[in-house]
Ligand binder design. Sequence first.
Ligand SMILES: [Fe+2]
Ligand SMILES: [Fe+2]
Length: 273
Amino acid sequence: MHPIPVRTMKFDVPSAADFHPLYIAGNSVLSYQHTAFGLYAALVEPFVVKSLRRTLERIRDDKLREELDRYCRQESQHYQRHVDFNKVVLEHGYPGLEERLARLRAELDGFLRDGGDQERFCVGYTEGFESYTTQFALRMIESGLYDHKRTHPAFGSLFKWHMLEEIEHRNVAFDVYQHLYGGYLYRVRMCWFTQGHMLRFQDECAMLMSAIDVPRYGERCRITPRQRLQIALFPVGMRLRSMLPGYSPHNYRVPDGIARLSAQFTALAESVR
Ligand SMILES: [Fe+2]
Ligand SMILES: [Fe+2]
């Protein structure tokens, strides 16, 4: 089995009537941040696939070319499954959310289209995204949040699978960036830009959804100023790490449990290539 297996998964997507917004451990911040991440993933992952795929011809290393192809196929599975779940979220009715998504879509389309140094910019964006999501994925899986008794099992499985595969393909965008361009300062600039772009979007979506849900579900949907400060501080260490000189995703210490989780999801998959 290749270390980046392309799994096709099937999840029991809840109906709009069954959906409750606090599906991660019954917690407002964690749930809205995950929903916002799912909304972001459904738009950014098609973007990262296009960004990396268009460099395929220029990769002169057979191993990396296959990894790049597998990376794109894993990410394609991720965004398709998030789209299924996002439909339920959007059907739930969040005025203003579609407009925010349209703005993100237009920004990403612009990044792909604009002339000049756009290819390097898009690969750099992808690397900035991956260098954060790998760390986020390791922390989330280690936390046990997706198996929490108050986490909805379908959402828990979706995110656990997605985070696992982010760990499996953690080296690819970095290796493509290094292979094609290299350059530490540009990479740091892109980490700064991309992670800010992603976190601002997620914060805005989380605050919008929480404000709409408080009147219909009560105070437990509120994101308090203290929690918002915690959200702002949570990424700081991970962001700094991704920008350190000598950063490489090859240096992560991946817990033994990840290999077991890979095998579990491979067994659960409808198909694996
Ligand atoms: Fe992904
Ligand atoms: Fe990824």
